[in-house]
Design a protein around this ligand. Structure first.
Ligand SMILES: NC(=O)c1ccc[n+]([C@@H]2O[C@H](COP(=O)([O-])OP(=O)(O)OC[C@H]3O[C@@H](n4cnc5c(N)ncnc54)[C@H](OP(=O)(O)O)[C@@H]3O)[C@@H](O)[C@H]2O)c1
Length: 240
């Protein structure tokens, strides 16, 4: 069995992707920050996969950088890296605190950059999937540092695909309205669906279908799948 690394894999979308990959037959190296990974580990093991949890705060870049080495020591047969960990701080550009700017760049852009680089240097096969956001096509400044970091990660996805495509494919998934914001009301997606061209919101299953497609499509490289009901293409800049 090959091994997949999923960052931010203990909760929500990261957890759904880790469980899906286990279902597909991958062993899982499950990165998490402050959340307990126990429930997710239990789910993954039910699929017969081997799973280990790796706690790392990505605000600390040297700690992020060492993750690939540690996983390789434990598993040795890595074939996929999913960069899903992200923070999401509600500050527009003017409100942005220096500390949240640094944290956001570290967690959402610089840690994925270092993980990608280490993956290329030491694994050098398979695929990297960066989880972006439909906002990368829009100009919404409400989560200013987050948007800048995700835009950078989109560019990095394209650069990696071009520089590394012969050995490592690099693709992205840009979700739209899927889950409520962390800690937000459960009915948030239903309430906001009116702002989406499809008049619906997506679910984890939509993102998992995108992930399956990227894994199963060896000629797809440098692609970003927008799984957003067309939100990113709407001419009017919705606030959501
Ligand atoms: N949910 C959506 O509808 C949606 C829409 C657009 C884009 N996205 C993107 O999809 C991905 C997953 O979204 P989500 O809503 O499931 O995210 P989430 O609930 O906010 O989870 C993000 C993960 O990032 C980890 N993380 C945050 N700060 C960290 C730090 N300092 N060090 C290490 N890990 C850290 C968290 O780990 P711990 O919990 O273990 O601390 C958490 O597991 C993200 O990249 C997000 O930007 C999601």
């Amino acid at each position: 069995m090959a091994t997949a690394i999923v960052t931010g894999g203990a909760v929500r979308l990261g957890r759904a992707m880790a469980c899906r990959l286990a279902e597909r037959g991958y062993n899982i190296a499950l990165h998490h920050g402050g959340s307990s990974p126990l429930d997710t580990l239990e789910q993954i093991i039910k699929h017969g996969a081997e799973c280990r949890a790796y706690s790392r705060d990505f605000r600390d870049l040297p700690s992020a950088e060492g993750l690939i080495d540690e996983v390789l020591k434990d598993f040795g047969d890595v074939e996929l890296l999913v960069n899903s960990a992200a923070n999401f701080i509600l500050e527009n550009l003017e409100e942005t605190k220096t500390e949240s700017l640094l944290d956001t760049m570290n967690v959402n852009l610089l840690a994925p950059f270092l993980l990608m680089r280490e993956y290329k240097r030491k694994v050098n096969r398979g695929m990297i999937v960066n989880i972006l956001d439909q906002r990368v096509l829009k100009n919404i400044s409400t989560f200013g540092a987050y948007s800048v970091a995700k835009k950078g990660l989109e560019h990095l996805t394209h650069l990696g695909a071009v520089e590394w495509g012969a050995e490592v494919r690099v693709n992205g998934i840009a979700p739209g309205l899927i889950l409520p914001p962390p800690g937000g009301p459960e009915d948030y997606p239903e309430r906001q669906a009116r702002n989406i061209p499809t008049q619906t919101h997506g679910t984890e299953a939509d993102v998992l279908r995108g992930l399956d497609y990227l894994i199963d499509s060896p000629f797809v490289n440098g692609e970003v799948l927008f799984i957003d009901g067309g939100e990113s293409k709407a001419s009017k800049n919705s606030k959501f």
